[in-house]
Design a protein around this ligand. Sequence first.
Ligand code: HEC
Length: 142
Amino acid sequence: MKITKPLNLGLAALAGLAFACGGGEKSTETTTTPAVESTPAEPAQEMSLEEKYKDDPIYIKGLAKLKTSDCTTCHMVERKIVGPSYADVAAKYESTEENIEKLAQKVIEGGVGVWGEVPMPPHPTLSMEDAKDMVAYVLLLK
Ligand code: HEC
């Protein structure tokens, strides 16, 4: 016994065939809906912290001093490596005279336990003034 498809179904099958050419299959059951790609709106490109503060005198002075020491071996501005990123440190401490002094002391003496198990080695040859300029630069990066 033969089943005759209604005309509209036949047309739908034909439309399907136009897409599915070369399949070699008798069945007409596949209806492929093309995946709709939703492109999420691009977040506005934020300025890097380096870019944001590059003209600030605290930034310029602190960075110049940082470059004379070994800080960059363990710290990056926006990425944690051995030590926390400067941006993370800046987010944790307000840039007050008290915090700058406390952290400068820590850079000179070294320390561990605030960010994890890895210690920061001491920097005994650093003067308090230089250490404070470095820390002021770090705390600016927010
Ligand atoms: C050998 C790797 C290393 C070097 C070199 C290094 N640091 Fe660190 N630093 C660390 C680690 C690890 C910590 C996290 C210490 C902790 O958890 O208490 C840290 C923490 C800090 C903090 C945050 C301290 C706190 O208590 O939150 C500051 C500020 C800092 N470093 C600045 C500097 C400066 C400035 C220099 C260069 C004079 C420097 N570091 C050199 C590894 C290093």
